[in-house]
Design a protein around this ligand. Structure first.
Ligand code: SF4
Ligand code: SF4
Length: 414
């Protein structure tokens, strides 16, 4: 795994690593299809009852979560490149951006970048972190309107969890014509389902990627997620896949070349081209007719065309084999943040939070922020309060070695 002090491996470097290994390898049918698709147009889907038409791929902005997460050098590079990333996406037919007030100054950067092109962009944004005060939420929205130089946010959503205060504020904002549609982003399908059942949502953001397949877990979560999506379809609620490429997990997991599982995956990629794996992840998500689109984090202009090349490609057996290989290789290190383990812990340890901060540290390379987040967890809920009873591991559908990971997290994060 990555060693302290190193920068996380960028997607670009990961791709170069795979491409270098591919020198001399025969081009697969998919790679040929990739080149042909590069000239192909974007494809669009109806976004549920909003009746908006969304491009299959749009821009997610979690990379702008906090400047400290990337370090000043990479974050400033990202901020400088973001306008060009947006323009490239629009030029290739993409038509939406998804961000939030908590994603540093991405609203201002995107708002300035879309001057003269506002009509080409569907804006998704959120008052983040979640607020429980109606007036504060309304004020957040007013600031978002200013940042985007617009008089109406297309899609406004509660970020991370649902709040009735958010809904109250959103209804007022909609009445005032300041937002058009109301949504929720949550990791927990049941939370989405409850709000859809209550008729409160026009759209949902749900993490959805191949790694979340029930095949790699015992119970969670394909049925839940797929069931949610079918329910959304029935209720005509728009569905956006977030984390379609498993967040930033892959590039930094793949950095540990001493890991035989990584070596084996890279060897398979060498015959296909590294881009193939990213395409496979996107194609797998987009093959679901109940998914309207994927919000993809892109931190460099080159990634936009790489991703858009996947649009319209067939998902081949070679793609599927690669996904199976990837998931089998890293499933035992991938916490789905499903929270199934939480009620089982007699000590009330914040297991998903701690494993998330461990992932920020190890897999995203966001070390300073991960440590800060961990420090904010009350001491009696941190990993050191674990009694090693093992109850949580009996409930984890992914069979993660939670106790080991908690111990490691504490070592890394203090
Ligand atoms: S092993 Fe630790 S984290 Fe897991 S249930 Fe027991 S006390 Fe909680
Ligand atoms: S440790 Fe297991 S049960 Fe707990 S959040 Fe992660 S995947 Fe879910």
């Amino acid at each position: 795994m990555s060693t302290p002090g190193e920068l996380p491996l960028s997607r670009r470097r990961f791709l170069e690593q795979g491409s270098a290994a591919a020198v001399g390898a025969a081009l697969s049918g998919c790679a040929a299809a990739s080149a042909a698709a590069a000239k192909g147009p974007m494809r669009y889907r109806r976004f549920g009852k909003t009746n908006l038409t969304v491009s299959e791929i749009g821009l997610g902005c979690a990379t702008g979560l906090k400047s400290k997460m990337l370090g000043p050098e990479r974050f400033n590079r990202y901020r400088e490149e973001l306008p060009a990333i947006l323009h490239r996406l629009l030029d290739l037919g993409g038509n939406f951006v998804a961000t939030g007030r908590g994603y540093h100054d991405t609203e201002q950067i995107l708002g300035n970048a879309m001057k003269g092109r506002r009509h080409e962009v569907i804006i998704f944004t959120a008052p983040d972190p979640p607020k429980d005060n109606v007036e504060t939420i309304i004020q957040c929205c007013e600031e978002s309107l200013k940042n985007f130089h617009t008089d109406c946010i297309d899609c406004y959503f509660s970020h991370g969890r649902w709040s009735e205060r958010f809904y109250e504020a959103a209804l007022k904002l909609r009445q005032q014509g300041k937002i058009r549609f109301i949504g929720l982003s949550s990791h927990v399908p049941a939370e989405h389902r409850a709000c859809v059942e209550a008729g409160q949502l026009d759209f949902v953001f749900q993490p959805y990627n191949y790694m979340a397949l029930a095949k790699w877990t015992e119970r969670f979560d394909r049925n839940d997620v797929e069931g949610l999506f079918a329910f959304c379809k029935q209720k005509d609620v728009g569905v956006i896949s977030m984390k379609p490429m498993t967040g930033h997990f892959l590039p930094n997991w793949a950095k540990d070349t001493s890991n035989p599982k990584v070596a084996s995956l890279m060897s398979e990629l060498s015959g296909l081209g590294a881009e193939h794996l990213y395409h496979a992840m996107l194609l797998w998500v987009l093959k679901n007719p109940n998914v309207c689109c994927a919000a993809v984090g892109m931190s460099a202009v080159g990634e936009v065309a790489e991703n858009c090349r996947a649009v319209g490609m067939p998902l081949t057996r070679a793609h599927e084999r690669l996904l199976e290989h990837y998931a089998a290789a890293c499933t035992d290190d991938y916490c789905r943040l499903c929270e199934t383990c939480l009620p089982s812990c007699p000590a009330g340890i914040r297991i998903p939070d701690i494993l998330r901060y461990r992932m920020y540290y190890k897999n995203y390379g966001h070390r300073e922020d991960a440590r800060e987040l961990y420090a904010a967890v009350p001491a009696d809920r941190q990993a050191t309060a674990c009694t090693e009873c093992g109850a949580c591991e009996g409930t984890c559908p992914n069979k993660l070695a939670i106790r080991n990971k908690l111990r490691e997290a504490h070592t890394l994060l203090v």
